[in-house]
Design a protein around this ligand. Sequence first.
Ligand code: IVH
Length: 720
Amino acid sequence: MPDNTTAIQEKITALTERLHYLNHQYYQHDTSEVTDQEFDQLLAELQQLEKEHPELALPNSPTQRVGGTITKQFPTALHKYPMLSLGNTYSEADLRDFDERVRRGLEGAEFTYVCEMKFDGVAMSLTYEQGQLTQGVTRGDGTRGDVVTNNVRTIKNLPLHLRPAGPAQPAEFEVRGEIFMPLPVFDDLNKEREQNGEALLANPRNAASGTLKLQDSALVAARRLRFFAYSFLSPVRGVFPTHSASLEALKAWGLPVSDTWRQCHSIDEVLDFIHHWEKKRFELPVATDGIVIKVDDFQQQEALGFTSKSPRWAIAYKYPAEAARTRLNSIQYQVGRTGAVTPVAMLTPVPLAGTVVKRASVHNANQIAALDLRLGDMVFVEKGGEIIPKITGVDLTQRPEGSQPIQYPTECPACGTPLIRPEGEAHFRCPNDTGCAPQLKAKLEHYVSRKALNIDGLGAETVARFFDLGLVRTPADIYDLSADKLTGLERLGEKSIQNLLSGIEASKQVPFDRVLFGLGIRYVGETVAEKLAAHYRSMDAILLAAAPELGAVPEVGGVIAESLAAWSQNEANRALVERLRTAGVQLALTGEAPKAVSDRLAGLTFVLSGVFEQHSREELQQLIVQNGGKITGSISKKLSYLVAGDKMGPAKREKATELKVPIISETDLLAMIPTDTQTADEEEILAPQNPDSSAETASNETFPAPTGTANDLGRQASLF
Ligand code: IVH
């Protein structure tokens, strides 16, 4: 029936044009004349007609965006113009060098730059012939790429045919740009994957490239990819005088061009553009990792030319720190070994620099107030240090309505004790150090740790488990454990129990200084414990000492002394010491106390370096102390002598020479002290001067290692 056919053809054409128009309005101008439902009805109507009359469907019908073509594998195609990459830099100085090179290359002629966002997605080359999209090819190796036209057709903001508006279109030309997964789409996808227990996608770029490689274009359509055009290439020379004119034309023809690009007339303007977008770029719905700077004039581009890898007329500036944006869902308050309460931000999982971040540190209450954090906020997270990410800011444009500032707890989240905040300290603290569960547990873990009592068979995990089971509460309880109490526990066989009990027995021989360290007294780290043990020789003497006296011990300052004295005043701590004594734990140094045998070296300080012939380094240190001298770790102007052994590092010698510190030999040192004191006592070795790093680590203890490596995530991403 020809008449009927004509009517159907007209209907199909009308529907096709209407849908193209609505798509254009929606994706290029963010407006819509119809509701989503009306749009879907029109689309369904067209689909139905095309299904009944496939011969009447128009090429590039909007229904093709829905996908459905299953490709077995992608054919490849040669690029007409190689797809090169860009030179890139993180430094502003490099950009000034680039500017100089361009200036020289153009022999002083005036020129203008165009600055654009560097979109972090997948590069795509599109061919348009007679206004119709005919091919989409990935970058591949730069010379040849995969033909993914069917998948590209599903990208809704990418016109299948161009509008006959603006400047005349060449019969055939190429558009290059970036295909990306919008951040909200990426967030949704990862949320869905998390709910399904699937591995999270590392970043939106991987998500976009994985999607494009899907063989079923219906699946690609569901992934809601988008496109931004950034280059126009044509075999006809001189279509446009400048890159900026070509961007405007692409936009007029209906291609999506991000409105973020600007012309810049100097490198300073380029730098202003870079600074402007440094944080603001996170407000864009697309991941960006820098700025691309291009010479605007096409003839000047041609004059500058290419190196083998990249154009001389363009460069990419990459923003430094890896940051991500995600939602702050809640704040958990963790109580560390010394009672410090650390807020931990619980986040919607987000990939950041190769790992998936689920929580971040916010340091303390001041930080929460300074950032004005609120629950539900979209926050920026950066990798602070290596593993623990931190919240660096809030995306205020996304703040949920009616949100309230976070109220820091006034009571310990674990035991309910009112929190205190000693003057000048950043952390709130739970003072209930003898009754607060997380503190007790962390103290136990510390007591059994390698540098403290190092109990064989009783690691941090086991002791935490025993705590949860109510078997131990303080270190003294460890010595009440018996085969009777432990038999029958899951994953603890007879052999393990024997091993554990003999480890506990052996710990009774651990020297007093390590026991003192193991008590986990705030600020009493390894080195301080050694100093205190060497000075007082017993726990009893330490318990009797008042703060000013403790503070007078070398290396023990006022803050440590106050903390230690307060610990000693606490009845529960004294009771703990008594129980440890009863158990047989070392609470005093054994052996003879070192006698100050002379004061020959009084007022002198020494650094020992290298290997010595007549005595060990420890013996020499002891001799120095016994004769009234002091040992320090670093070379300064105030140092009296550097005692040089064999294989001393050249840096130390240089520094001593520079500061005019006398360098003496082992023999010179021995000549300075009476010969009858030159025998060493094994027990009285002074510690080398390490900084006391382990005294206050509570706030970092609670973060596990990252949950995945970049490789893991990369592999997972490519699977989907
Ligand atoms: S222009 C000759 N402009 O960055 C190079 N590239 O190494 C022409 N990219 O994978 C590229 N945003 O896909 C250009 N506004 C932009 C870009 C951009 C992202 C990507 C591009 C390529 C890489 C360059």
